[in-house]
Design a protein around this ligand. Structure first.
Ligand code: SF4
Length: 149
């Protein structure tokens, strides 16, 4: 796992999930998995978040909301699609109002499949996302140096 100078905070949004994946995301915070001991906190404020965790696919009602939340999260940031609905639209992908997975509206860094995704897979996905976040942080620092900021 990448070395991190800051505790990663995540924002969890239920796009159109059946709640199955959301229960598993919350299980990661309970004493059994207890990700808070690694400094990972579930925040409600996009401006404080580094990791955007989304469950459920994109439909016509949440398309703008997902984009809006994403834009409020400061750079660098990473997006984790949790569950097959968030990855591709899953069993709902043929529905009349579904656009598909989260990558239909914002870039996704890590896909965590499963229906529902298991807590172990979610934690594994977050750890992968933290490595990507650190790479993005380094790239930003390099760009700032090149532009003399
Ligand atoms: S992947 Fe399965 S459990 Fe998760 S939101 Fe979709 S239908 Fe529900």
């Amino acid at each position: 796992m990448a070395y991190l100078k800051k505790s990663p905070w995540l924002l969890h949004y239920d796009a159109s999930s059946c709640n199955g994946c959301d229960i598993e995301v919350l299980a990661c915070l309970t004493p059994l998995y207890d990700v808070e001991r690694f400094g990972i906190i579930n925040t409600g404020n996009p401006k404080h978040a580094d990791v955007f965790v989304i469950t459920g696919g994109i439909n016509e009602l949440n398309r703008k909301v997902v984009k809006n939340i994403y834009e409020q999260i400061p750079d660098p940031k990473v997006v984790v699609a949790v569950g097959i609905c968030a990855c591709s639209g899953g069993v709902f992908r043929e529905c009349y109002n579904m656009a598909g997975g989260v990558d239909q509206v914002i870039p996704v860094d890590v896909y965590v499949p499963g229906c529902a995704a298991r807590p172990e897979s979610i934690i594994d996905g977050i750890v992968k996302a933290l490595g990507i976040l650190e790479e993005k942080r380094e790239e930003m620092k390099e760009k700032e140096k090149q532009h003399g900021n």
